[in-house]
Design a protein around this ligand. Structure first.
Ligand code: NAD
Length: 311
């Protein structure tokens, strides 16, 4: 099939590589030109890494994947290409108002049969489907990072999503060797409903000086089998995305467990965004050997420290 993907960040690129590896023709766009321009090379490498991980002998996979991707520099060109696609998948920032604004503009310009998929981590499909104006053909397909290596995809139908739309998504995902599962349309669905409070608690315990990054990750890895542990996983999610998810889930639930901890806000403000920027909970100078950082500057000690932290 042909698929149009809006957003070429961490997840957009994952989906672009995944779809192209599966033989689909992919059209993509991002408002950040540098991100768009780096997409083909990133996906070529990701396809090769995925083949290596799954022990596939396929020296051509990178070139084949790259050849199926067309980046579009302008939104108008992207919309034009999306008119000929079966699916529009959005993977832009986790910001409900921003997503709705884009959907209100783009989706009405597409033929009525084009499905709308969203890769949101936590947002309400009914609100986005209403903005897109075709609720029966709208659904969440929440992939995990990195998409080609992680089988799970949360499929979240809205109130008006048709059975045919669910089945189309399920079949398309199965054909891509994904493992779709249906989750409820609650803030965070199933995976992030459980994961996000855990992540944010881990950040809070860290800023209170109660746990060290390395101990926390060894603990979750060796006790619960989480391959990366909590802090390393956060570095891959990227801290700005973790912050956006936290803010959106707090707004949607008013649950204090979802309120973003100071350490998260301060690290994002300081440009310590995780593996991508070289610094997060770990120092990623050598990506094969990330080292837990000294984060003592982020410890909350006194009321004055707390007040200073929000200047
Ligand atoms: N990072 C993760 O581990 C993860 C996992 C699952 C789902 N998600 C979800 O996937 C979505 C994308 O997250 P991400 O991690 O790829 O974020 P990201 O910040 O890496 O990428 C988002 C991209 O969207 C682009 N963008 C923003 N506004 C745009 C617009 N108006 N038009 C076109 N492009 C625009 C940005 O330039 C950026 O390249 C979010 O909804 C997020 O919650 C993230």
């Amino acid at each position: 099939m042909k698929i149009a993907i809006l957003g070429t960040g961490v997840m957009g690129r994952g989906w672009i590589a995944q779809c192209a590896m599966a033989g689909h023709e992919v059209h993509c766009h991002d408002s950040n030109r540098a991100s768009l321009d780096g997409t083909i090379e990133f996906c070529r490498t990701l396809a090769q890494k995925t083949a290596k991980k799954f022990k596939l002998e396929d020296p051509e996979i990178g070139a084949r994947t790259a050849a199926r991707i067309t980046p579009h520099a302008t939104k108008a060109a992207f919309i034009d290409a999306a008119r000929g696609c079966a699916v529009l998948l959005e993977a832009i920032f986790e910001d409900l108002a921003l997503k709705c604004r884009e959907l209100r503009e783009i989706v009405p310009q597409l033929p009525a049969e084009v499905y709308f998929w969203s890769n949101t981590s936590s947002l309400d499909i009914d609100v986005m489907a209403a903005a897109a104006g075709r609720p029966e053909r709208s659904i969440i397909t929440h992939g995990m990072n990195p998409v080609p290596m992680m089988a799970g995809v949360e499929v979240v139908p809205g109130k008006l999503t048709s059975a045919e739309t669910i089945e189309f998504a399920r079949q398309a995902l199965l054909e891509m060797k994904k493992a779709p599962f249906v989750a409820p349309n609650l803030p965070g669905f199933w995976v992030n409903r459980l994961l996000v409070p855990q992540l944010l608690d881990a950040f809070r315990l860290l800023e209170q000086g109660k746990i060290k990054v390395e101990d926390g990750d060894i603990g979750m890895n060796t006790s619960l089998g989480h391959p990366q542990g909590t802090y390393k996983m956060a570095d891959f999610i990227t801290l700005p995305t973790a912050l956006r998810i936290s803010v959106e889930m707090y707004q949607a639930t008013n649950d204090p467990r979802m309120y973003p901890p100071q350490i998260l806000v301060r690290m994002v403000k300081n440009g310590e965004h995780g593996a991508q920027t070289g610094k997060g909970f770990y120092d990623w100078t050598d990506p094969r050997n990330p080292r837990p950082r000294d984060l003592s500057q982020y410890l909350l000690k006194t009321t004055d420290d707390y007040l200073d932290s929000v200047k």
